[in-house]
Design a protein. Structure first.
Length: 160
């Protein structure tokens, strides 16, 4: 499970539209090439910071594990819902083709809003090494905020 989280973070990096784009077409690359391209990069992630246990897990396990195992520096900034949507909308309106954010931990409502403004990268979920184990036919996994994920979002947990 921990490896899934780490590899998921790698693929988010490679799916981003940041200025630090790897020099590989990761949609055509095999997984070892994806890992190699991600090595030495920095991932900028925005996420809700309201749960001390999740925050501690991200800071004390995910951040050092990504660095030690894959050579990826993960920078986490606080932000959620409306703030993420506003940031990405402002970048689109300014004509930026690449975002300053690589990864956003979002909920269903934010997923819906980002789809409305075409601010999601993808499809990418089928490129994850463990995608074969994701049951998108299960409505608790494949549907969020009454929308099919359509491989634009990697499910991470369920609190239903």
């Amino acid at each position: 499970m921990a490896r899934t989280a780490l590899l998921g973070a790698i693929v988010f990096l490679l799916g981003c539209q940041s200025a630090q784009q790897p020099a590989v077409d990761w949609m055509k690359a095999d997984w070892p090439a994806v890992e190699a391209a991600a090595k030495g990069t920095t991932v900028r992630m925005m996420m809700w910071q309201g749960d001390p246990l999740i925050n501690r897990y991200m800071q004390t396990y995910v951040v050092p594990s990504l660095l030690n195992q894959y050579g990826i520096t993960l920078e986490i900034a606080p932000g959620q819902g409306t703030e993420i949507v506003k940031n990405l909308m402002a970048e689109k309106e300014a004509g930026r083709s690449k975002s300053h954010l690589d990864v956003c931990w979002i909920n269903g409502e934010t997923f819906f809003q980002l789809r409305q403004i075409s601010a999601l990268y993808g499809p990418f979920t089928e490129k994850l090494p463990n995608a074969q184990y994701i049951d998108f036919e299960n409505p608790f996994i494949g549907i969020d905020f009454q929308q099919k994920l359509q491989v634009l979002n990697a499910p991470g947990e369920t609190f239903k």
